[in-house]
Design a protein around this ligand. Sequence first.
Ligand SMILES: [Zn+2]
Length: 423
Amino acid sequence: MNPYIIVILAFILFSFFLNLVVERINLTCIQTSLPEEFKNCYDAEKYKKAQMYLRETTSFSLLTDTLTTTVTIIFILLGGFNLLDTAARSCGLGSILTGLLYIGLLLAASGILSLPFSAYATFVIEAKYGFNTTTVKTFCGDIIKICLLSALLGGPLLCLVLWFFEQTGEAAWLYCWGALCAFQVFLLFAAPVIIMPLFNKFTPMPDGALKNTISSYAQSQKFKMKGVFTMDGSKRSSKSNAFFSGIGRFRRVVLFDTLIAKHSLPELLTIVAHEIGHYKKGHILKHLCMSLAVSGLMFFILSVFLENPHLFAAFKMEHISIYASLVFFGFLYAPLDMLLSIVGNALSRRNEYEADRFAADTTDTPDAMINALKKLSIDNLSNLTPHPLKVVMSYSHPPVLARIQALRQHTSAHTACRPTDTV
Ligand SMILES: [Zn+2]
């Protein structure tokens, strides 16, 4: 048997079973009694609901994972990639357009496969727990917009990558990397002004106490930004969030309308301060540099395996092509991708602690920060006690109890170190 197919199938099965084990272990960590921190602010019924939500979303994601893994393996073993290639080639287009059609068809097939799952998750599970506010019209509109955006933005980028690999020889991976870097930087500017308004309405925050407090805090931190906006997050879900978008002086702070409705002014300020902390501590820039470095590494490894005949034999392909190399490389790259995502999540969790400390120090209201974290966890029915292995594998943010504990420790150390008042 072809060694490439053995490695690829073995890793697909390994990651499937690893995920299964992690999710099962995670469910065993469910505690029926409320953690001490939440005893005064979480009612028992709602906590029970959060646990049911965790069980239901876990079971559903395992079911989705089982079906997609099975379909992928069957598709590989039955030579589906070759059948699709034969169909794409029969259109008689040039190599780049054939590649675009081939990858477009694969993406369309995987999108169609995941559509019923996404609809069930939104209209059945999220609705059952009172989160869903998406209408069928918004749901369908989102799908159409995502397809159009992928074609308009991803299509030309893919053509460029295929053209570089066809025309520029050994240095092609460097040109591709350059193109992707330029594209990522372009997205940083384009996302808040062109892309995100296609999905949500962004309204400048009206003058008032909240806007004044946020603006004067940003000024006190010498933090330049384009403005404070509210977003109609309630259009899709009652879950709440806040984020910054854009870069440099174009960055803007965005608060979900659902967040503003549920939090007090000091809590909202600590949430904004946390986001500003990410900029002030250089997390945004570090994250961008890391993701650019990873894409360089990815293009380099891809160039090594480009048009490898054994890899094509593994997928029962009759013709060797650059575009299919891109797809098959995705399977080979998956183990490294898993490792990089574990490292990336660990760094991200460290950054979250740092941004929390920044917010607590600069607003001098650690209690408001803790209250905001508690409210967010309760409202979003977050898992308060995930298993450490689950955290390592997939948490980009530390579990809420760990964040609260870190904040308490930081505040007590900070207070102890303060010089004694001389007045
Ligand atoms: Zn954060």
